[in-house]
Structures are given as structure tokens and as C-alpha cells.
Design a protein around this ligand. Structure first.
Ligand SMILES: [Fe+2]
Ligand SMILES: [Fe+2]
Length: 321
């Protein structure tokens, strides 16, 4: 369903990616995303991944193992993150964007909204390209061979999408994209704050500047869509959103366990580290601090004006009573 005429200006202005033509990484970035020639020198002061995101690096048994183990674990994590990103962009986010471009949702799609979705789709293809390129270079550099074909989060998302009833399938796909796209900007913003290997830093910054546009766009489209949903669609969406949000803050404990073992940690150390990260309270705590933009978009759309939605999210621990 595509229409260009009947939309009030109030809405029409919101559905763009702004200065995409001159600012999008795929159009404007001059970075090569190649590992720098002075890599070893850079690693004396820079990281592969921000240590703040890998709290297990401060575990006594890892600290004792020394800097080369810390670099190796951070590189493992980065390669895993980049492989995950490559899959997420193609298989999840872009599939979600297709529901907008090809009119799979029960709403009229203004031309601007469709154009922005096509631009966003292009961005994600480029993000997959540079993520994959850097992952291959780092894996080659360290001889990293343990790269799960399917990171746990992608498997979990596919399972959740498969469970959605056929009548809500397109909506389910859209919601997964909405949550993913409103979480990723703050995730990348945090990651970018540290001093990283130069090409990693450039890649993450390029990704972040695109995702800031995407987050705003998906928030607006969610708002527009929410106002048109029937009460049965809204009931489905509210419960489904809780599940998606929490899912994005689960950890891949099986992969992390292997990564820590590969780096030479003993079983007691590995078990100790995993115990602090897994489990529902840790997931909820990470979700509350990481899903701020998602929760704000829900608030802006009037989602929490429904008392039942407020209660549902409070029960899950995602918002206060
Ligand atoms: Fe992206
Ligand atoms: Fe995106």
C-alpha cells in the first residue's frame, strides 16, 4: 500500500533520513577499513574493543594472564560482534525494512517513508560489508577459527519470529527492526567512546552516524504505525516488544565460555565470570540502561498511555511502576 497524497505535513516531514545523500557513510565516507600498518604500536595504547564492555577482563585470573590475553579476548569479542552485525543487518534489519518498502504492514506508506526505507536498506548493506571486511582481517591476524555460523541472538530472534502468528508476522518483523534500530545507536555510542585501533574506531563511528538517523526514523515510523493498530494488534505488539527488548540483552554464554577457555582460563574462572553475566536480573538491568531510546520512542508514541502496557513493562522490570 503506497500513497503520496493524503498525509498531513506534520507527519510527512518526519519520515526522512535527513542529509542522507551527503552524509551517509555509503555515500560520503573515505575510510578504507583496512588494519593500520602500525597496528602493533597502536595496541600498546589502544584496544580492539572497549574494556568497559567486557567486564570479565578485570577478573583477577585474566589480569594475571597479561596484556596479550586481554588483546586476544577483545579481538575474539570484536570478531564475534562484527560477524553478528553482518548477519543482523542482512537477515534481520533489512528483512524488517522490507515490510515498509513493500507495503506488508496494514498502513499507507508515504513516498518519503518508502524512500528513506530504501536508503536505510542501502546503509545496512554497507554496514554488513565493512563489518565483514574487518572481521576477516582480524580473524586472519590472530588465526581465529572459532566463529559460530549463527550467533545465539540471531537464532533466538529467528525462533521468536517463527512463533509469531501468521496474521501478525509482518508486524512482528517490523517490531524486531524497530527495537534493534533504536538500541544499536546507544550501543555504538558507548563503544565509540574508547580509544580503539584506528580502523575499528573509524568503522564504528561511520556506523554510529548512520544509526543515529536510523533510530530517529524507526521511532517515527513506530509512532505512525502505533496510532493505526487495532486493539488485537496492540495487545500482540506490547507482549512481543517485552520479549524482543529482553532478548537483545541476553548474552551468548556458550560462545563466551569457549572464548574464555581458548584464552587459557581455567574452568573455575570461566564459571565465576559467566555467573555474574547470565540470569534474568542481569538481563533486565542491562535492558533498562541500554534500551533508553526504545522506551523513549514508546513513550513518545503514547504506548504507555495504555495502563496495561505500563503494567506489562513494569512487571518485566523494564520501567518503574
Ligand atoms: Fe547498521
Ligand atoms: Fe541501522
Amino acid at each position: 500500500m503506497t500513497s503520496t497524497s493524503s498525509l498531513p505535513d506534520f507527519w510527512a516531514q518526519r519520515f526522512t533520513l535527513g542529509d542522507w545523500n551527503t552524509r551517509a557513510s555509503v555515500r560520503a565516507s573515505t575510510h578504507t577499513y583496512l588494519l593500520p600498518p602500525d597496528l602493533e604500536q597502536q595496541l600498546e595504547t589502544r584496544h580492539w574493543f572497549p574494556p568497559a564492555f567486557l567486564p570479565y577482563l578485570s577478573h583477577p585470573s585474566i589480569k594475571a594472564a597479561g596484556q596479550s590475553v586481554i588483546h586476544r579476548l577483545s579481538a575474539n569479542h570484536l570478531v564475534y560482534f562484527l560477524d553478528y552485525t553482518t548477519l543482523l543487518e542482512h537477515r534481520i534489519v533489512n528483512r524488517s525494512v522490507e515490510t515498509i518498502v513493500h507495503g506488508e504492514l496494514d498502513i499507507s506508506i508515504p513516498l518519503r517513508m518508502k524512500t528513506a526505507a530504501l536508503q536505510l536498506y542501502t546503509d545496512e548493506g554497507f554496514h554488513a560489508l565493512f563489518s565483514s571486511s574487518l572481521a576477516e582481517q582480524i580473524a586472519e591476524h590472530y588465526g581465529i577459527t572459532r566463529r559460530p555460523a549463527m550467533p545465539r541472538r540471531i537464532t533466538r530472534l529467528n525462533a521468536l519470529l517463527n512463533q509469531a502468528p501468521e496474521r501478525h508476522k509482518a508486524l512482528a518483523w517490523f517490531l524486531v527492526g524497530f527495537v534493534s534500530e533504536t538500541i544499536i545507536a546507544s550501543e555504538l555510542l558507548d563503544v565509540c567512546r574508547d580509544t580503539l585501533v584506528s580502523s575499528v574506531q573509524e568503522m564504528l563511528r561511520d556506523h554510529l552516524s548512520d544509526e543515529a538517523r536510523h533510530s530517529r526514523y524507526f521511532s517515527e515510523v513506530f509512532h505512525y504505525l502505533w496510532l493505526t493498530l487495532t486493539s488485537s494488534q496492540r495487545t500482540f505488539a506490547a507482549k512481543y516488544l517485552v520479549e524482543i527488548i529482553l532478548l537483545f540483552f541476553e548474552i551468548d554464554d556458550r560462545w563466551l565460555k569457549d572464548s574464555l577457555h581458548d584464552a587459557g582460563l581455567n574452568s573455575a574462572g570461566v564459571a565465576d565470570i559467566l555467573a555474574g553475566l547470565a540470569g534474568s536480573p542481569a538481563v533486565v538491568q542491562r535492558a533498562r540502561s541500554g534500551a533508553g531510546a526504545t522506551l523513549q520512542a514508546l513513550r513518545n508514541a503514547g504506548f504507555f498511555d495504555l495502563r496495561s502496557n505500563q503494567q506489562l513493562f513494569a512487571q518485566a522490570g523494564l520501567v518503574d511502576e
